[in-house]
Design a binder for this molecule. Structure first.
Ligand code: ADP
Ligand code: MG
Length: 236
């Protein structure tokens, strides 16, 4: 479970995140939706333990991010908006590197790599340098690397970016499976039709604040609109 209370992140005088509060339960997919620059990525980096909050409380699976960011990094699988990968490694070398950093037992690692590589259909790229791969293939490598340690929580920042329809569907199925297993997922996307079908609840973030929150049905009712996209356009 994830608890965010009055979270603030300031860069100089600019408050990228300006006092947001939300909770994500186990077995829930929470969509963080908002226009460019609204504070989604900053929030997600804090949830992933890679950016320190200015103030506020963030608890991920009973661990306080401000007190123990390293433990949070262990718990969380994080897919950044822009894949940060070692360009001169091949995907296999990169997965092995992640495995050793995360201390994943060899057989488990092998098994998970095989499963995800097959699911995303990147077998033929395994021997190529990551730097030479297309954006979509790198995104798949990034996704796989985030899931190798069997994370209890997934933080996915625009993870559908660059994925072809088949891979997007595979990711969608993986997320539903994760939810089924009782894990928490925070998910940002500009693909509102997808958010509409996959998110149990969504928070609309604008200028670093959550300005509306609820199930998609609740938001539609609240805004008197027919689709999540119309709600989004009305509110932001
Ligand atoms: P989103 O992901 O919703 O597009 P971000 O969280 O990336 O938004 O950014 C929110 C705001 O914070 C933007 O105005 C952005 O320019 C600013 N910002 C993000 N990261 C930094 C940083 N490292 N230094 C200064 N400003 C930043
Ligand atoms: Mg962003």
């Amino acid at each position: 479970m994830i608890e965010v209370e009055n979270l603030v992140k300031a860069f100089g005088s600019k408050r990228a995140v300006d006092g947001i509060t939300f909770t994500v339960r186990n077995g829930e997919i929470y969509g963080l939706l908002g226009p460019n620059g609204s504070g989604k990525s900053t929030t997600m980096k804090i949830l992933a333990g890679i950016l320190r909050p200015t103030s506020g409380k963030v608890i991920v699976e009973n661990v306080n991010v401000a007190e123990d960011p390293l433990e949070v990094r262990r718990i969380v699988g994080y897919v950044p908006e822009t894949p940060v990968l070692y360009e001169s490694l091949t995907p296999v070398e990169f997965f092995n590197f992640v495995g050793s950093v995360r201390e994943i037992p060899r057989e488990e690692l092998q098994e998970r790599v095989e499963t995800f590589v097959r699911a995303f259909g990147i077998e033929s790229y395994l021997g190529e340098m990551i730097g030479s791969l297309s954006f979509g293939t790198r995104q798949k490598v990034s996704l796989i690397s985030a899931m190798l340690h069997d994370p209890k929580v997934l933080i996915l920042d625009e993870a559908m970016n660059g994925l072809d329809p088949k891979s997007a569907r595979i990711l969608r199925e993986l997320l539903l499976q994760f939810r089924e297993e009782g894990r928490s997922i925070v998910f940002s996307t500009h693909v509102l039709a997808l958010a509409e079908t996959i998110c149990d609840r969504v928070g609309v973030i604008y200028n670093g604040e959550i300005i509306a929150e609820g199930t998609v049905e609740q938001l539609k009712e609240f805004a008197h609109e027919e689709s999540l996209e119309d709600v989004f356009l009305k509110l932001t």
